[in-house]
Design a protein around this ligand. Structure first.
Ligand code: ATP
Ligand code: MG
Length: 539
């Protein structure tokens, strides 16, 4: 049968699986593969004693840690579905997820305990003290709390629940999408989704194991499918150790790279930008780094190139995917060194994926697109939890899943992300991709960031593109109006007629973004429409 994502495949059980990468007294602890297996099976035994059953849902709310990993694997071994929440969520947001997921058990980081108590006002489930388990080692348990920590509920080790063929199509995990376009959606990921994704991913950007092999850095939230697969499941499955950090902290990250000779890092574009300009990178020995992987949001060609120049010997590779596809759809090989005119592209399809680029009429787009990417793969989720409408909208078409993203493909099978279908601005009969205008604006010498959205122009009876731009340091507030006018003309001289910024240009302090670098265009659009109708900016 098809094994689930746990228990672990056969490797030297004494190899380190996860290392607590924090500096000082707290850090340095090692969880070996045998240690994790043992703790997970004993936690599963403890959960059974609590009355928790296969198919129950556990909410998991915390920063990355050895205990977070143990809690997740204990649940998997018990057949309990894990629904991990972003540590940055506000109480009402975590409550929305736990309610929607139907969680009856909660694992909570002590650092988030006050927020969890605040969330209780919104939670539909009561969560008695026995069912709130603190994600921490006994030494870090706060005094006076009524809740047990992981070590206190370990029981007799059990046989993993789902380790049989029949279980492979059971939901193992329920991550929520990032909520960029609306409320986050619960994504039902099966054991089979994970195992097929991991095999596919490792044939693409495979990890080297054994002496001198890869050491992976894990600070991106494992609650997101991207951090989960690349910084937890892939290294664990294929035998590379992970240095775990609770969150991004620049000095802690640099320190851990140097100390543990990290080779493989997983980043999102805003952090790549930060490393590029950081005065601290020169103070550390980062020579062990071989690959930086970027995904989740567009990585501009300029940024990828600048990064490789600053860190010679370290290639930056890009991948593209989404929560619903567990997540990788395309990726570059680690040997696909950028520089050959490939910056800005997201690689080729992972094995197991089939793809179509589809036009608005539902027919295949002309060769190479652009078109909406539809995919078929054993890594495509079972469906959205509690949301049959969204499932039907994206999965009703036979085996094809609609990604909602527009891509192009070249003759060699490389893909490039154009934009989301819903973000395309419809100017009269034309379609304008805001991401294309943003990329152009970023090359303007006096701009450092840009976000473009469509606003409805009632007089012209059409949508028009409007840009929010951030001026480079040194541009004075009194120069903003002139800069906005100049940018409009500058863009108009470089794009086709229909892409001109007819909706205006506004200089702002910052473009609203998610932590992974996605422009929150739904927020920007609201603001833009109100401002456009009120007092048009430079036009
Ligand atoms: P929601 O579905 O809740 O609105 P979301 O789509 O942002 O949020 P995720 O599943 O975290 O949630 O993100 C997947 C999306 O991120 C993709 O559909 C795509 O639009 C974008 N994306 C991912 N990787 C890349 C990349 N390399 N370049 C450009 N965009 C990317
Ligand atoms: Mg999405």
């Amino acid at each position: 049968g098809q094994p689930g994502v746990s228990p672990l495949p056969a490797f030297d059980p004494e190899l380190p699986a996860f290392i607590d990468g924090r500096g000082g007294d707290e850090g340095g602890r090692v969880l070996t593969r045998a240690g994790l297996r043992d703790a997970a099976l004993r936690l599963a035994g403890g959960l059974r004693t609590l009355g928790v059953r296969r198919g129950d849902v556990a909410g998991l709310w915390g920063f990355n840690s050895l205990e977070w990993v143990t809690a997740a694997y204990g649940c998997l071994a018990a057949g309990v579905v894990v629904s991990p929440a972003n540590y940055a969520y506000a109480p009402a947001e975590v409550a929305h997820q736990f309610n929607d997921a139907g969680a009856s058990l909660a694992f909570v980081d002590p650092a988030l305990l006050a927020n969890f108590e605040a969330a209780r006002a919104h939670l539909t489930h009561a969560f008695p003290p026995s069912h709130v388990i603190l994600i921490c080692p006994p030494a870090e348990k706060p005094a006076g709390t009524p809740y047990p920590c992981l070590a206190e509920i370990l029981g007799e080790p059990v046989e993993p629940e789902h380790f049989d063929g029949a279980a492979s199509n059971e939901t193992a995990w329920m991550s929520y999408s990032s909520g960029t376009t609306g409320l986050p959606k619960g994504v039902m990921t099966t054991h089979f989704n994970f195992t097929s994704q991991l095999q596919a991913a490792n044939t693409s950007y495979h990890l080297d194991t054994g002496p001198g092999g890869d050491v992976v850095l894990g600070f991106l939230p494992m609650s997101h499918i991207y951090g989960l697969t690349i910084a937890l499941l892939q290294p664990l499955t294929f035998g590379a150790p992970v240095v775990v950090l609770p969150r991004f902290d620049e000095i802690q990250v640099l320190d851990a790279i140097q100390k543990y000779r990290v080779t493989h890092g997983l980043l999102v574009p805003p952090l790549i930008l930060r490393f590029l300009h950081s005065p601290n990178t020169a103070k550390y020995d980062l020579s062990s780094m071989r690959t930086i992987m970027s995904g989740g949001a567009p990585l501009s060609p300029e940024l990828a190139a600048a990064y490789e120049q600053k860190f010679p010997g370290c290639v930056s590779i890009q991948g593209y995917g989404m929560t619903e596809t567990t997540p990788g759809i395309t990726a570059m090989n680690r040997t696909d060194v950028l520089g050959g005119g490939r910056q800005g592209w997201v690689g080729r399809l992972l094995p197991t994926y089939q793809a179509r680029l589809v036009g608005e009429d539902g027919a295949d787009a002309p060769r190479g697109g652009p078109g909406e990417l539809w995919v078929r793969s054993p890594s495509v989720m079972k469906g959205y939890h509690n949301n049959p409408q969204a499932t039907a909208d994206t999965m009703a078409l036979g085996a094809w899943f609609r990604t909602g993203d527009v891509l192009v493909r070249d003759e060699a099978g490389w893909f490039k992300v154009v934009d989301r279908v819903k973000e395309l601005i419809k100017y009269k009969g034309f379609q304008v991709a805001p991401a294309e205008l943003e990329a152009l604006l970023l090359t303007h010498p006096r701009l450092v960031d840009a976000g473009v959205v469509g606003v409805y122009d009632a007089a012209e009876v059409t949508e028009v593109p409007r840009a929010y731009v951030v001026a480079a340091p040194g541009v004075k507030g009194s120069e903003h109006a002139a800069l906005a006018r100049e940018v409009m003309a500058w863009v108009a001289a470089r794009v086709a007629q229909h892409k001109k910024l007819r909706g205006g240009v506004v200089v702002v302090d910052a473009v609203p973004k998610s932590p992974s670098g996605k422009i929150l265009r739904k927020d920007l659009r609201k603001r833009a429409q109100a401002e456009f109708e009120g007092k048009p900016a430079a036009r």
